[in-house]
Design a protein around this ligand. Structure first.
Ligand code: ADP
Length: 484
């Protein structure tokens, strides 16, 4: 018998349906937990894309009389990789043209409270003694606001198991008008500060943070930051009061998908023992981005959503100054129209020195991680961040702002950290263009010290960012909550 049985409730799971990092975690963490002998089953809504990719499924339960919710089936099947899935099949809520949260015009679905209220309600049913399934989880693991109402429902359910809520993005909270409490058949008494109320609204995320037995977020440093006003998005008071039940666990990365030795997107694979391929990848990148073919000029890479969060405004601001240095810049990204225009304008102003591709390209993102000498990620805030981990794995030291998961995954290069073998990038404190510029200058200075640069690259490539470590940490949280 499995040591632990976990219901992992989520609104997206890669590769079936993805809008962001939550899908990556939902696709990878349960697989890593299963590899450790934990019986994890993933509960997701039956969007068209999910049903279409579900293998060997059958109806295992019917929800005909959940008060306030439409009729639904629960399907059991597997993903192509063998991961067991429970799919909430409710066509009137989930089978639509558009995204999981928004219609094709980019507007939130008007019935999102009902859609994710039902997902949360069903997760709670499966974790209580009224569950229609023979399989009973020991604990329900909820993720972000869309399933964060589960702990509230569990609180009022018979024979409920404990629950945890993981915060992947505190900025999205699922806040709805107070009448939603009645619509979703929660007891009126839970609408208060000690319950689901959040500044005059009912909040899915607040509910989860209040009722869950434990809270996790995607890096230890972000766990501290969200308890303060600056990054707490109004939840800092509650999070501080629950700090004894709040754990930060750094996400892992997919080390097969991001492996410079086997990456099919590269012209020449390479490894820490033989870096010669990286030079060929640099030349290919320079060529495809319209940069001068200069093997010894340090090449800075960027792959990012163009938003305020990512802090690229600072890089765009200092780009004209950078172009006076022997430095090149290769940027890939999309988002904010003004930033897109600024990036494009820079590439026209400084041809051969600055290259910009506006759009989304999986292949080019791999080629930048490999072909660049350094990776720039000046995020204002960053719950975990993935690109800084990819870049280290590719021997491309990241230049990062000291925030969130960047602090937990990058070690600033100093004489001491170079000596003790931990240095893996360059970090700046204080979100100013000047500080970013100074960090880039530090990186460029070290780049020309070939021996030290070699040490730094090797440190980066030796780091272990696999899911294994994170999965161990989640197991420890499960056991702690269950008192085992
Ligand atoms: P966030 O999830 O906040 O956007 P992360 O660093 O955690 O930031 O992850 C971003 C992911 O999206 C990475 O896998 C990154 O490579 C990818 N990505 C972002 N923008 C692009 C783009 N324009 N083209 C290809 N991949 C991109």
């Amino acid at each position: 018998m499995a040591e632990l049985k976990i219901l992992f409730a989520t609104s997206e799971v890669a590769p079936l349906i993805k809008t962001g990092g939550l899908a990556d975690v939902s696709g990878a963490l349960p697989v890593a937990l299963r590899a450790m002998g934990i019986d994890v089953r993933v509960l997701v809504p039956g969007y068209n894309q999910v049903i279409a990719q579900l293998v060997n499924y059958q109806v295992v339960a019917t929800f005909a009389d959940l008060p306030g919710f439409p009729f639904a089936h629960l399907l059991s099947g597997t993903m192509a990789n063998g991961m067991p899935l429970l799919v909430l099949d409710c066509p009137s809520l989930y089978q639509r043209e558009g995204g999981p949260y928004q219609n094709t015009q980019g507007h939130d679905w008007a019935d999102n409270a009902l859609r994710f209220g039902m997902l949360s309600k069903v997760a709670a049913e499966l974790g209580s003694s009224t569950s229609p399934l023979a399989w009973h989880p020991d604990l329900v693991h909820c993720n972000d606001w869309q399933t964060a109402l589960t702990p509230a429902y569990l609180h009022f359910s018979p024979g409920a198991v404990p629950s945890i809520v993981s915060i992947h993005n505190l900025a999205f909270q699922g806040n709805f008008p107070p009448e939603t409490v009645q619509q979703l058949h929660l007891p009126p008494s839970c609408y208060g500060i000690d319950g689901v109320e959040f500044y005059g609204n009912m909040s899915f995320l607040k509910a989860g943070l209040f009722y869950a037995d434990h809270i996790t977020t995607v890096s230890p440093n972000y766990a501290k930051e969200i308890q303060q006003e600056e990054l707490g998005f109004g939840m800092q008071g509650l999070l501080t009061s629950r700090s004894g039940h709040l754990t930060g666990i750094l996400n892992g990365i997919d080390t097969d998908e991001w492996n410079p030795m086997t990456d099919p997107h590269l012209v020449r694979p390479y490894s820490s023992a033989n870096m010669s391929g990286k030079a060929a990848d640099k030349e290919a990148l320079q060529s495809s981005m319209g940069l001068n073919l200069e093997p010894d000029t340090p090449l800075l890479g960027v792959v990012s959503r163009f938003t305020d969060q990512k802090g690229l405004d600072l890089l765009l601001e200092i780009a004209p100054r950078l172009s006076k240095l022997p430095v090149q810049l290769a940027m890939l990204g999309s988002g904010d129209a003004q930033m897109q225009k600024a990036a494009r304008d820079l590439s026209h102003l400084f041809p051969g020195k600055i290259g910009a591709v506006i759009g989304f390209s999986e292949a080019l993102s791999h080629q930048i991680e490999a072909g660049a000498d350094m990776f720039v990620m000046p995020s204002r805030f960053e719950p975990c961040g993935l690109n800084q981990m990819y870049s280290q794995r590719y021997g491309t030291p990241p230049i990062v702002h000291a925030t969130g998961g960047l602090v937990d995954s990058v070690v600033d290069c100093t004489a001491a950290t170079l000596k003790d073998g931990t240095a893996s990038g360059f970090m700046f404190d204080g979100m100013t263009a000047e500080n970013l510029y100074a960090a880039i200058q530090r990186a460029v200075g070290l780049y020309h010290d070939t021996e030290k640069w070699e040490v730094l690259r090797k440190n980066c490539m030796a780091k272990d960012f696999s899911w294994q470590n994170s999965a161990e940490a989640y197991r420890a949280v499960y056991l702690q909550v269950l008192g085992r």
